[in-house]
Ligand binder design. Structure first.
Ligand SMILES: Cc1cc2nc3c(=O)[nH]c(=O)nc-3n(C[C@H](O)[C@H](O)[C@H](O)COP(=O)(O)OP(=O)(O)OC[C@H]3O[C@@H](n4cnc5c(N)ncnc54)[C@H](O)[C@@H]3O)c2cc1C
Length: 550
């Protein structure tokens, strides 16, 4: 049966501000269960402690340097009440939600704070704001849900003396729906659950469900080439984008007039993934699909990551993937089942051993259909490739489905007891996948292991293609209380070096600040020049998202 996705949608424009964690209060809304805390202590050497979020009042915030004259002009465009210079409003859009961002909000490391937050109401106001900022040399950071984990919304000034965050939260409308062509036009600031709610009224879905679903926006998805948990069924976000409306310092630019075109290179793909550096996306035209009526999620266990990856490759190459197809490695299987607390790991291990499984790897597959028959046909086509996998049934699939957006809350709780917890991701071809996983794992383990601290590095495949797949790593280790920023910086650098030459520096988190140094290695110096030329053409004064992409 179909289950609708119900999550809290941030409705108050001001209160989608970011604090020290995923929830809008900044505090973990769930405590780590005692059994999880005990297990982490034994596994990693953690001495649990309370390290709660620093109150905003403890953070250093310089006075706004936005010239009064510019503030007045911006106020005349969007209304003076929509140019925010209060400390709390500026802090609430200072950076995103990476582990380092959250550490900065807990008092470790410097947090760049914008000089003002501007809240335009529609594409025309965005265009005017961009032009005024360009005219006065004020940096602009486009801000959707602020869920960037790569420094994409860091309020960097570059060579500008002031920078504003352009928060798109008031661009929150569904502009039009064309059910015949299966197209919908959304304003860029619509958050994903709201987009699904608006489409559900037409019996449609976008089908884009990243783990950041609760807070992220459609403009943000387009700007970062996001990929959702159901990418095997619905594609990556760039596959859904049919058209984009972009506000640039040189004027407004709209691309996308037909489902396919041979009129030169596809310029939509220049806007998609541009990370706010080529313009501000004000509207996105997306492909939509009929909402599924039937869904079924099941869990399986396969033996070892290499064997599991072979199963997923076979599924991908035979077009037999489920809408969701997700393979955890042995470490992620252990962490997931232990933290979820719903499985007795030891008992399960015994049961699986009796069935010849030495290294359990959880494989979750979800199928959808308009009819039960259609869904079951898809399921049958996948099952042909599952070989000796042990079936855990729908209960295990449902555990994953219920917890699919709980990761960020778990991270808050883990940070509160003194853990370093962060994710990173990459992708490569099937023939190199095992080598890449080993290289990244080894680099993280070597960087983070000390006498008393033992990291857990867990990995999964959640996006698969005919030619390869992504790898998503979660790292857990007791936080170095002396130098928490340096601890993760070094580990991330080691992992990134391991990735270079074997895969891409990012499969869906984007470039931002954190990956910018690795981009030239991936696209070559000529590629960097091409991006710089596009940026110069659209933004001659370099005001758009200083310090990001290139
Ligand atoms: C816990 C967690 C889980 C995540 N899981 C996933 C996942 O499963 N899949 C995935 O793909 N990503 C994931 N992310 C990363 C992040 O959610 C995505 O990058 C998302 O696409 C960002 O959307 P946003 O609206 O929050 O954009 P922001 O974070 O506000 O912005 C991201 C970048 O896009 C630019 N930008 C935003 N809006 C616009 C616009 N309208 N015009 C121009 N530029 C703009 C910003 O300047 C910035 O460079 C996760 C992040 C977190 C914190």
């Amino acid at each position: 049966m179909c289950h609708t996705l119900s999550v809290n949608v941030p409705v108050d424009h001001l209160d989608h501000r970011i604090r020290g964690g995923w929830t809008s209060s900044g505090a973990a809304d769930a405590e780590l269960p005692a059994h999880a805390s005990r297990w982490l202590s034994a596994r990693t050497g953690l001495t649990p402690r309370r390290t709660p979020v620093a109150p905003d009042s403890g953070l250093a915030v310089a006075e706004s340097e936005l010239p009064a004259q510019v503030r007045a002009v911006l106020g005349s465009i969007v209304g003076p009440e929509h140019v925010l210079v209060e400390r709390a409003d500026r802090l609430g859009r200072a950076g995103g939600l990476s582990y380092l961002d959250l550490l900065r909000r807990r008092g470790s490391g410097e947090l760049p704070v914008p000089d003002a937050v501007v809240l335009p109401a529609d594409p025309a106001q965005v265009q005017r704001v961009v032009e005024v900022c360009a005219e006065h040399g004020v940096g602009i950071v486009p801000f959707g849900g602020g869920t960037s984990v790569v420094g994409g919304v860091a309020a960097l000034r570059g060579d500008k003396s002031s920078v504003v965050v352009l928060d798109l939260c008031r661009l929150d409308e569904l502009v039009s729906v064309d059910p015949v062509s299966r197209l919908a036009v959304f304003q860029a600031g619509v958050v994903a659950p709201e987009a699904e709610r608006l489409l559900a009224a037409h019996g449609l879905t976008l089908g884009h469900f990243p783990q950041s679903y609760e807070r992220a926006t459609l403009g943000g998805f387009a700007a970062t080439r996001s990929s959702g948990q159901a990418s095997a069924g619905y594609g990556r976000f760039e596959d859904m984008v049919e058209g984009v409306r972009l506000a640039t310092p040189r004027g407004e630019w709209s691309v996308g007039v037909a489902p396919a075109s041979a009129a030169g290179p596809d310029l939509r793909q220049l806007a998609v993934g541009s990370e706010g550096a080529f313009g501000v996306i004000t509207e996105v035209t997306v492909r939509v699909r009929p909402a599924p009526v039937w869904q079924r999620y099941e869990g399986f266990v396969v033996d070892g990551f290499a064997g599991g990856a072979e199963v997923v490759r076979a599924l991908a190459q035979a077009s037999a993937l489920g809408t969701v197809t997700r393979l955890s490695d042995p470490q992620e299987t252990e962490v997931g089942l232990t933290l979820a607390g719903s499985w007795k790991m030891a008992a399960l291990r015994g049961y699986l051993k009796a069935r010849g499984i030495a290294e359990p790897c959880l494989l979750v597959i979800g199928w959808e259909g308009q009819t039960k028959h259609e869904m079951l046909l898809r399921r049958r086509s996948s099952l042909r490739f599952l070989g000796k996998a042990v079936r855990l049934g729908t209960a295990a699939g449902e555990v994953w489905r219920h917890g699919r957006f709980s990761g960020p809350r778990q991270r808050d709780a883990l940070m509160d007891v003194g853990m370093c917890v962060e994710t990173l991701e990459t992708a490569t071809y099937w023939s190199r996948l095992g080598e890449l996983r080993t290289a990244v794992r080894d680099a993280l383990v070597a960087s983070l292991t000390t006498g008393e601290r033992r990291p857990i590095v867990a990995c999964h495949i959640s996006h698969s293609y005919e030619t390869g797949a992504s790898l998503y790593f979660t790292t857990l280790v007791p936080r170095d209380l002396e130098d928490p920023v340096g601890q993760w910086r070094d580990a991330k650098a080691a992992a990134s070096e391991a990735i270079v030459g074997l895969g891409t520096i990012t499969h869906h988190h984007a470039t931002g600040v954190d990956h910018a140094a690795y981009l030239p290695g991936e696209i070559g110096p000529l590629g960097v020049d091409v991006l710089r030329a596009v940026r110069r053409e659209l933004d001659p004064d370099g005001v758009l998202n200083p310090g990001k992409l290139v």
